[in-house]
Design a binder for this molecule. Structure first.
Ligand code: GAR
Length: 204
């Protein structure tokens, strides 16, 4: 298994997937996206992956499985079958079962649209606006059994403006996501890291 081989799991628009694929194609990010898995048949991420020529692009339909564990076991088998070292979640809106997290511990990366540990969960941007914070941002982190709770690899901050809506704040956060996600994957592959307690210590 190559240390650069990654799978991306996505549920929606796929803008982070596209940025990663563009960075790979331009030689800016030394990853090899072997597999894209989507849980939604109409996810734009599927088209983006196919257009970019990702070797394996697969819709795994949750309705075909009795429960989360069975669904995740199918995805896990695909990830192993295609030799994926890293599992990169890019707007993947399903909670992973603990069996899945255990099987790939330390190899699952997520991006979340807030400065964790503030505003974990599916409504991070709305929650930050509603709370009235004056700054928010995004976090790249390892995935463990706690929702949005694993060790932090990178964060970027944006201001929250008085006239922000959910969409305007999310767009500002996504501009930062598109910078830090490929940059973090590059560091992960080229430098590596160790974990001390909750702290990620980059090797260079
Ligand atoms: C991103 O903003 C990502 O941070 C968020 O979904 C969006 C996906 O955008 N993820 C979560 O909220 C996970 N809890 P994309 O489909 O355009 O990459």
């Amino acid at each position: 298994m190559s240390s650069k081989s990654i799978a991306v799991m996505a549920s929606g628009r796929g803008s982070n997937l596209k940025i990663i694929l563009d960075a790979e194609a331009a030689g800016h990010c030394p990853v090899d996206v072997r597999l894209v898995i989507c849980d939604k048949a109409d996810a734009k991420a599927l088209d983006i992956a196919r257009q970019a020529g990702v070797p394996h692009v697969i819709h795994v339909n949750p309705k075909d499985y009795e429960n989360r564990e069975q669904y995740d076991a199918e995805c896990a088998d695909l990830l192993d079958k295609h030799g994926c070292q890293w599992i990169v979640l890019a707007g993947y809106m399903r909670i992973l079962s603990s069996a899945f997290v255990r099987r790939f511990r330390g190899r699952i990366i997520n991006i979340h649209p807030s400065i964790l540990p503030a505003f974990a969960g599916a409504k991070a941007v709305e929650d930050a606006l509603e709370y009235g914070v004056k700054a928010s941002g995004c976090t790249v982190h390892l995935v463990d059994e706690v929702l949005d709770g694993g060790p932090i690899l990178a964060q970027a901050i944006v201001p929250v403006l008085d006239d922000d809506t959910r969409d305007s704040l999310h767009a500002r956060i996504q501009r930062e996501e598109h910078i830090i996600y490929p940059a973090t994957l590059k560091r992960m592959v080229e430098e590596g890291f160790t974990i001390k307690g909750r702290r990620v210590i980059w090797s260079k």
